[in-house]
Write a protein that binds this ligand. Structure first.
Ligand code: TXA
Ligand code: MG
Length: 339
């Protein structure tokens, strides 16, 4: 065990963090989506220690974070025109593009693939850290593998204290779910591997075809060959059992929950839903944007409150809401109760 430093989002502390990264240490940092667990993407041993600290399967590739377009040179062999247009529109921001990897990025970083996911985060602390260190930063979400992604520095500490060199505290993350991950099947086709704040609808003006991978909606077998290895792992789950309930309205949902007899029942409701007599409730917003912001935070709060079974009002499947639907379904192992 090592002592994990809690750093602040100040120039002085960012400099300490940048030096730690240069020296091959692991530093967790805020991004606009969730906290990342960073290492210099070019240092094999450092990247290997990310997998060890998280308990992450070695075939699940990492995203490489950059602070300017010039850094792409040392990471990818080619930037197609469509990627350039998307970068102009959405970077810095929560969009990850999978592109052909160059040799400077070792295979541990890309999980053995010949492609690499790249994104330019918009959180000022993340951008400063990349600039000050001069490193392309490989960073998965800074949770232990399988837990909900962290949206505060405290969540990171809860999971990683003693396992990493430092955490930079940048407050609560704005977006709350991880970036939209895309690849290009050809020059005119955007393939969404993981939904995020930037939705299929947002991407449509940029390509003739935009489609969402099947694995976003359905359970993928552990030994299946998939476009994005991260999609096959159970993910994002609190200790409590998460059960999404597809109900026609709040009244039907409430009647169903009240008929359940287990210990430790909780509900996760929309903000506009009324209380349910006799059942403790938490809320996670009404719009997809709000639900994305609150979902992982509520997962952790439900565990702290001692919830054992959580019945959740189902988000929509369109726009940003699809990112919430996907995280919830994965936490639930894709099992839903339909009323
Ligand atoms: O918002 C985010 O993306 C956060 C912050 C820290 O940037 N990072 C994050 O990383 O969520 P992680 O490792 O938890 O998720 C990365 C996802 C995984 O599902 C992985 O399989 C996919 O991106 N991915 C990464 N590189 C890929 C590649 N070369 N091909 C296909 N999928 C890739
Ligand atoms: Mg993750």
């Amino acid at each position: 065990m090592m002592k994990t430093k809690l750093l602040q989002n100040t120039n002085e502390d960012l400099k300490i963090a940048a030096e730690l990264l240069q020296n091959g240490e692991l530093v967790a940092f805020p991004t606009e989506t969730v906290y990342g667990l960073g290492a210099d993407a070019r240092q094999e041993d450092s990247v290997r220690s990310i997998f060890a600290a998280k308990g992450r399967p070695a075939d699940n590739p990492l995203i490489v974070h950059i602070s300017d377009m010039g850094m792409l040179d040392g990471i990818v062999t080619e930037v197609p025109e469509i990627a350039e247009r998307l970068a102009k529109a959405f970077w810095p921001g929560p969009l990850t593009m999978v592109l052909p990897k160059c040799d400077a990025i070792p295979e541990v970083t890309s999980g053995g693939l010949d492609t690499v996911g790249v994104r330019m985060p918009s959180h000022p602390a993340a951008l400063s850290l990349i600039r000050m260190s001069g490193c392309p930063i490989a960073a998965p979400s800074a949770n232990r593998s399988g837990s909900p992604s962290p949206t505060t520095a405290k969540h990171v500490m809860d999971d990683m204290d003693g396992r990493i060199a430092a955490v930079i505290d940048g407050g609560l993350c704005d977006v709350g779910v991880e970036s939209t991950v895309i690849c290009f099947d050809d020059d005119e086709t955007i393939h969404i591997l993981r939904p995020g704040l930037i939705s299929a609808e947002d991407l449509e003006p940029f390509a003739a075809h935009v489609y969402v991978d099947e694995a976003v909606y359905t359970q993928i077998a552990a030994d299946a060959k998939v476009a994005s290895p991260g999609m096959k792992y159970r993910h994002y789950a609190p200790h409590a059992k998460i059960i999404p309930v597809d109900a026609p309205d709040h009244a039907a949902f409430a009647a169903f929950v009240q008929s359940q007899k287990q210990e430790g029942i909780f509900c996760l409701l929309f903000d506009s839903d009324p209380e349910i007599a006799g059942i403790p409730c938490m809320r996670y917003g009404d719009s997809g944007r709000e639900q994305a912001h609150f979902l992982f935070l509520r997962f952790r709060e439900l565990d702290e409150a001692g919830a054992q079974t959580v019945y959740v009002r189902m988000p929509k499947k369109s726009g940003t809401d699809l990112s919430v639907y996907n995280r919830l379904m994965r936490a639930a192992g894709f099992e839903v109760i339909t009323l």
